[in-house]
Write a protein that binds this ligand. Structure first.
Ligand SMILES: C[S@@+](CC[C@H](N)C(=O)[O-])C[C@H]1O[C@@H](n2cnc3c(N)ncnc32)[C@H](O)[C@@H]1O
Length: 432
């Protein structure tokens, strides 16, 4: 969309180029040689070092602490704020997922991790009434990406055609829906408004507010792709769920029944996948699914029951009400809370919340059982999380061994130069 806009040249102060030379895509306003004042938010920028050497191409926002975000570090790629460039990059990210084996629902674009800061897209493979289709849930998080993607509907229509021509997907535009999920707080930091979810394009005859998405192992999960949390689902946990399920494929349950406690279950993907694996082994599964959202719990009940488990739905606050659940009763406990730490100032209270939740989790697991502890707070360092889990284990006088250590799935690629991209952590403990 910025076709006619020539990039503005910005220079860095002497010595401020180390991070960006290392491949980190951000520059802060105090690292610039001159004030960016007057620059149109989101307009293209070519970033140079103090001596005038090329560093990166991207876009700038004078109203954001992160003044510049790089889309490319290659000097020959300077027209990076045009829709044609974005289209090429998104074909590439889809192809990359395809090569890794992601064919159903997957994160198609993960912002900085895909050299496309400010853009997150989840692609859902959907089923309804014997019909199939694909839904793109799109989050535009920066002024720069908002300037590039000014006409998202026609942009995605062209892209669907190209992706089909390249045999990356069979679906036509008629079988595609696009939902804009700009209901995200971080937009404020860029001077953008928080908008209500918007369906830009729907699929005739499909109800996106209650629809089956196909995830790993061809499992179907009903969720709300318009108003649901995040983009409607938490695709990032697929890898961690697989790690836990791998264990459950061989683990012994002499009583023939497995009791699962799914804390902060949302629509129940952990329990649904666990039930899928255990039912295939002929084991009975009983799930207690806990969340504070009735909307999420109604989907969780449906999803878990569909796999054949007996479900006990509990609307409880995991930081206040877990005393009502029995101690030393569950064979598998999952603790996957919301991000308790959203800003640096939340670290002490957030750490305390993680400790409280994990202490409860280790109190409720039986001997021989497993506890999966998760954190999606990027600002909660892994070392801190390890310390919290260690304390939770010793408080319950448990003997426990860490048997799995996870993170987000491969459809959430991370640049090693961009540590901020690593946010999801998971540890599985075997309690004796
Ligand atoms: C990170 S999501 C969990 C995702 C889910 N485990 C999955 O893999 O799909 C956090 C969930 O915790 C719920 N939640 C938030 N605060 C809670 C609380 N204090 N007690 C219980 N659930 C809570 C939210 O409604 C949301 O469903």
């Amino acid at each position: 969309m910025n076709k006619s806009i020539k990039p503005t040249v910005w220079r860095l102060r002497t010595g401020a180029d180390r991070r960006i030379r290392g491949g980190h895509p951000w520059t802060f306003s105090n690292e610039l040689a001159e004030s960016p004042k007057g620059h149109t938010p989101g307009a293209p920028v070519v970033l140079l070092d103090a001596k005038g050497g090329f560093l990166a191409s991207g876009y700038g926002n004078p109203h954001s602490l992160i003044a510049f975000r790089a889309l490319s570090f290659k000097s020959q790629e300077q027209e990076v704020c045009e829709t044609e460039y974005l289209q090429r990059q998104l074909v590439k990210t889809w192809w990359q997922r395809h090569r890794l084996g992601f064919k159903s629902s997957f994160r198609w674009c993960y912002g900085e991790g895909d050299f496309l800061p400010g853009l997150v897209i989840d692609r859902y493979l959907v089923h309804q009434n014997g019909q199939m289709g694909q839904v793109f849930a799109v989050q535009i998080l920066t002024a720069g990406m908002s300037a590039i993607l000014q006409e998202p509907t026609s942009f995605f229509e062209n892209l669907v055609q190209e992706i089909k021509e390249k045999n990356l997907s069979d679906f036509s535009w008629e079988q595609t829906a696009v939902v804009l999920r700009n209901d995200v707080q971080v937009r404020r930091l860029e001077g953008l408004e928080i908008e209500a979810p918007r369906v830009l394009k729907t699929i005739e005859g499909m109800n996106l507010s209650e629809i089956d998405i196909e995830i790993k192992n061809q499992v179907l999960m009903t969720t709300d792709l318009i108003e649901g949390q995040k983009t409607g689902f938490f695709l990032d946990q697929a890898h961690n769920i697989s790690l836990l399920c791998d264990q459950l494929k061989t683990m012994e349950f002499p009583e023939g029944i497995v009791r699962v406690l799914d804390l902060c279950c949302y629509v129940g993907q952990w329990s649904t996948q666990i039930t899928h694996v255990l039912q295939a082994r002929g084991l009975k599964v009983e799930v207690t699914a806990v969340d504070v959202s009735d909307h999420a719990l109604s989907f969780a009940a449906k999803n878990i029951e569909r796999q054949g488990a007996v479900v006990n739905i509990r609307n409880l606050d995991v930081l206040k009400d877990l005393g009502s659940l029995p101690d030393r009763y569950f064979d598998v406990v999952i603790a996957d809370p919301p991000a308790f730490i959203k800003a640096k100032k939340d670290v002490p209270t957030g750490r305390h919340a993680y400790l409280k939740l994990n202490t409860s989790a280790f109190k409720m697991v039986r001997k021989g059982g497993l506890v999966a502890s998760c954190s999606c707070s990027g600002l909660f360092e892994e070392a801190e999380m390890i310390d919290v889990i260690r304390k939770a284990i010793s408080r319950g006088e448990n003997e426990a061994r860490c048997i799995q250590h996870g993170g987000h799935s491969a459809d959430h690629p991370v640049l090693l130069a961009f540590r901020e991209g690593f946010y999801l952590k998971m540890f599985v403990h075997h309690v004796l």
